[in-house]
Ligand binder design. Structure first.
Ligand code: AMP
Ligand code: GLY
Length: 425
């Protein structure tokens, strides 16, 4: 099978690493890819993930049998729609189905129609309307830009004045057209968890869970980021919680999308808020989490390719449940100094090409390679240091041991990834 993987981050490096292990795969091409993937796959650095025309051309050139889309930007750009037109199996929803991630207003209305547990909300198109509506909510106020805003479109305001300022800024175009509509939500208390399910348009199959750390610094302080680390499994995934999430959130979503003429194919990432083992939906994403995907790939024992193919083409209901290692996995993100506001590019990273030992994987998220072969920082989140261990404590020790072997004065990382799971014992 010839597989084209679309994307360039740590999530895609982890997917490439896992896909490459499949005996079914003859050729793996990544567009655009990153220099860390070079030993695993053919890279096409000139083909952007959002350039649907270039991807169509590449699919024809390599006669791809399966296209796997990593990032939401490619979904929004219609890459999956174009693959449907070509008749090439594609893992990743159509742009209509991806509205579950690309439009928060659409998703809240969908949840209301389908009776999916989530926070109460209102949708507003003017600053005046949104401000007036604040009286119907209690602080803290949760205010969200409708569209994609690279994980930064959510503000939690402690009082009315701050809420009004956020509304002004979002409607005023801080996120461009993403802020044209606003959602105001009821604040949900609890603990967050990320649940993944593969969907083939008709049915869904749970595909692991993880927790990530969104804040930049230790103790969950500092600005919000795309995620500074992740671990799996997490003690919050009790059987009762997972079953409730499957029955009340995941299954009604895949069935509802089919009934509404936008069948969902790919991975559905349900961001949950859990209180007393009861999950409520915070948000959907239409792709794997980054860095949650990295820990799932380390733990996945089954060949991933038949699952990706079945999600793309139908037939998930005939597949056996995937097998997972009993071990735990942790991912520590190394970011460039200044991330998330203004990461400083170009610093040299040494020590990447050594043997880190069994159960350790280093995925590249934002590196470049100089002509002399040296790796440099070329993004905010730059490296993902991942390790398996007998439990979270062991995995964490192994991951930080690997972090210490990497010589990168231009980077920083959190030193407490997994603290919540460890605290619970
Ligand atoms: P989102 O982009 O919708 O995932 O929101 C980003 C973050 O804001 C989430 O990971 C939560 O920590 C927080 N958040 C979003 N919506 C709510 C809510 N209704 N109640 C409490 N926290 C929320
Ligand atoms: N780690 C959170 C996300 O991928 O959206």
């Amino acid at each position: 099978m010839n597989v084209l993987l679309v994307g360039s981050g740590g999530r895609e490096h982890a997917l490439a690493w896992k896909i490459k292990q499949s005996p079914l795969v003859k050729r793996l091409v990544v567009a655009p890819g990153n220099p860390g993937m070079a030993p695993l796959a053919e890279l096409r650095p000139g083909v952007k993930a959002t350039d649907a025309d270039a991807i169509v051309q590449l699919v024809r050139e390599i006669r791809a049998d399966l296209v796997v889309i990593g990032p939401e930007s490619a979904l929004e750009a219609g890459v999956s729609d174009r693959m449907a037109q070509l008749g090439v199996p594609c893992f990743g929803p159509s742009s209509r189905a991806a509205r579950l991630e690309t439009s928060k207003a659409y998703t809240k209305q969908f949840c209301e129609r389908r009776d999916i547990p989530t926070a109460g909300y209102g949708v507003y198109t003017t600053a005046a309307g949104a401000k007036a509506a604040l009286q119907h909510f209690q602080p803290p106020y949760v205010i969200k830009a409708d569209g994609l805003a690279a994980g930064k479109g959510v503000a939690i305001a402690q009082d009315r004045q701050q809420a009004e300022a956020e509304i002004e800024a979002m409607i005023g175009g801080r996120f461009g057209s993403a802020g044209g509509q606003l959602v105001i939500e009821e604040f949900m208390a609890g603990e967050e968890a990320s649940l993944f399910a593969l969907c083939d348009g008709e049915t869904a199959m749970l595909f692991g869970g993880a927790q990530d750390h969104k804040r930049a610094f230790d103790g969950d302080t500092g600005p919000n980021t795309g995620g500074m680390g992740a671990y799996s499994p997490a003690p919050i995934f009790t059987q009762a919680m997972v079953e409730a999430a499957r029955d009340r959130i995941v299954m009604p979503t895949v069935q509802g999308m089919a009934a509404e003429g936008a069948p969902y194919r790919g991975v559905l990432y349900a961001g949950l808020m859990v209180e007393d083992e009861q999950p409520r939906l915070v948000e959907f994403n239409a792709r794997f989490g980054d860095p949650e995907c990295q820990v799932l790939m380390l733990r996945l024992r089954s060949d991933i390719v038949p699952y990706l193919h079945a999600a793309a083409t139908g037939g998930l209901s005939r597949m056996a449940e995937p097998m997972w290692r009993n071990e735990s996995a942790i991912c520590v993100v190394l970011a460039a100094r200044g991330y998330p506001d203004s990461p400083i590019p170009g610093s040299v990273i040494r020590g990447l090409e050594q043997d880190f030992g069994r159960g350790v994987a280093i995925f590249h998220a934002g590196t470049a390679r100089k002509t002399d072969g040296a790796f440099t920082a070329a993004g905010g989140r730059v490296l993902n240091v991942c390790a398996l261990g007998v439990d979270i404590a062991d995995a964490r020790e192994r991951a930080y041991e690997a972090v210490r072997k990497i010589d990168w004065p231009g980077g920083f990382h959190r030193s407490d990834i997994g603290w919540r799971a460890l605290e619970r014992g």
